[in-house]
Design a protein around this ligand. Structure first.
Ligand SMILES: [Zn+2]
Length: 92
């Protein structure tokens, strides 16, 4: 099986960050639409509103997104012999 898409540690971390980011923004949107008044921002719930740690999480999610576009460049993924066309392949 091809190791190009998400079997290395970097890709796994990136995938988790994208999931966290996606769910987080989904809940922020829901909270705003339902006008609940309280923030549904999971990242801010856990790490506190607009803290340095929260900002770092956002930056990491951003990096994970960019990494997803260009693909992981670690030695494990680069040594993969499969074509880059399989990069968009989704096992979900
Ligand atoms: Zn990798």
């Amino acid at each position: 099986m091809c190791t190009k898409n998400g079997s290395c540690t970097m890709s796994m971390i990136g995938k988790v960050l994208l999931i966290v980011g996606g769910i987080n923004w989904g809940l922020v949107g829901l909270g705003t639409l339902l006008q609940s008044g309280s923030s549904w921002n999971v990242v801010e719930m856990i790490f506190g509103p607009v803290s340095t740690l929260t900002s770092i999480i956002y930056v990491l999610v951003g990096i994970a997104g960019v990494m997803k576009i260009f693909g992981c460049k670690c030695s494990k993924c680069m040594s993969c012999t499969c074509s880059t066309d399989g990069n968009m392949e989704n096992k979900m």
